[in-house]
Design a protein. Sequence first.
Length: 274
Amino acid sequence: VSSADVQRLFLQSVLSRRVLSADLAKVLWKQCVETVKATDNSVQITSSGVDGWGDFLAGLNKSLDPLDLELSRTRNEVTGKETYALVNRRDDEIARIASDYSPLEISYFKALIEQIMLSPNSSYSISSLAALREVNTLTSPMTKTQAESVLASFVAKGWLLKSKKGRFSLSPRALLELQPYLKSTYPDEVVDCTICLEILTRGHACPRSNCKVRMHDACYERYRRSSGKCPTCSEDWGRVGNDRVVPVGEAAAPKDEWPRRTRRSITESEDDEQ
């Protein structure tokens, strides 16, 4: 028994979840420390004090570095709560999910990402029907039953979220691990929250068409406590409860299905308008 067993036990707990709240992460860490001490009370654990979480996290990530893994921090887009995820830091974005899926399933996932990122009205989500329709774009056949099973796996393993309305969107894990890929592939679609500066796929937008202000729900609520105007263009956002801001995310999705979009078709449409 050694202090390294704390890291081992903690990783075993994290691997079964992949994404967990900061509160849960710290509870699991303390339980791992107590388990090791209960086995051998003479073991010296230097990062077990009140302020030990930061030291433990730094040591853990140092140990994970040779494996191109990292326990990274982000915030839940809706609640604003601190969240941790075990992410793959390899330069090749495909390597991040290759260990779990076949080349065909990865192609399907990338097709879903494209439709989510290119969804109209900054809705960053697609319907179940649209998700299943993407199998028609694959170079190899995939049945509807197979697609439904793979979609369920993407949700179960924390790559996608499925709402009560049956719409799919990118999960906190996907936004964290695939952020370099998203920013390089969809530079015009990726936006950051004006307040916390983290990537945003759901929240609120300033109603002025040429204003780029976007805020997560939690960031927006905090900002509204001190101001009712846009921090950039000073647009009046109205009273709380009767806000004039525009939704970003599923709430912005059109009621009717829209034609499948690609980066090329969007570029051509913009050229036609000019």
